[in-house]
Design a protein around this ligand. Structure first.
Ligand SMILES: [Zn+2]
Length: 203
């Protein structure tokens, strides 16, 4: 096999556990976390084939994750059912009435279900608008000074990857350690920069 074909085949070959190309398999850097909060990810279909998507790491890190791809309410039936079963569902989305996620720590009726919208900012907004059932739920924003996620273009500085947003929110709500989230993200980025270098998204 000539080197070019060999390189191509290692990219085509996918790790059955993490579903990333073998070259960027991050299984060695996955340290599962335990949390009492169940997590649902509503994923825009354009994210499914995006190799740099971080949301797909979330089910590797914890057990109770529902990752559903779709656009319309009918696509997200499993997540809507989870909302019915939950005592308090919290959507991470920066709409006008969203409160800082810190406001949802230590509540009498605690958050037991976290919903993330995974896609570019434009696609996430579309998911929000297409799914009015979300609008009745509590809504929070996660902010930090900076993001470690530099692989994809962010619409504005400080935009978090879905993985980071999940880790930070779970840390605030449930005391879940952030380290495994950062470690998985760092591993993914290191692999990409080592094997598929491309310009950083410099702020
Ligand atoms: Zn793997």
């Amino acid at each position: 096999m000539d080197p070019d074909n060999e390189a191509l085949s290692t990219w085509r070959e996918v790790c059955p556990a993490c579903r990333y190309p073998r070259k960027v398999c991050i299984c060695a850097d996955i340290e599962p976390v335990s949390t009492t909060v169940s997590v649902s990810v509503m994923q825009d279909p354009s994210e499914v084939k995006h190799a740099k998507n971080t949301a797909r790491l979330i089910p590797l890190l914890m057990r109770s994750v529902q990752l559903t791809t779709g656009i319309l309410p009918s696509d997200f039936k499993p997540i809507r059912e989870r909302v019915q079963r939950s005592q308090r569902s919290l959507v991470l989305f920066p709409q006008s009435r969203a409160k800082p996620v810190q406001d949802f720590a230590n509540l009498a009726v605690r958050v037991d279900h976290l919903i993330l919208l995974d896609g570019t900012w434009r696609k996430a907004k579309k998911l929000w608008l297409n799914n009015p059932w979300l609008h009745a739920l509590d809504c929070a924003i996660v902010t930090t000074g900076k993001t470690e996620y530099v692989m994809r273009k962010a619409p504005f500085n400080g935009t978090l990857s879905t993985l980071e947003a999940a880790g930070i929110a779970l840390g605030v709500i449930d005391g879940t350690p952030m380290l495994p989230f950062n470690r998985a993200l760092a591993a993914l980025q290191q692999r990409w920069f080592a094997f598929a270098p491309e310009p950083h998204n410099t702020p």
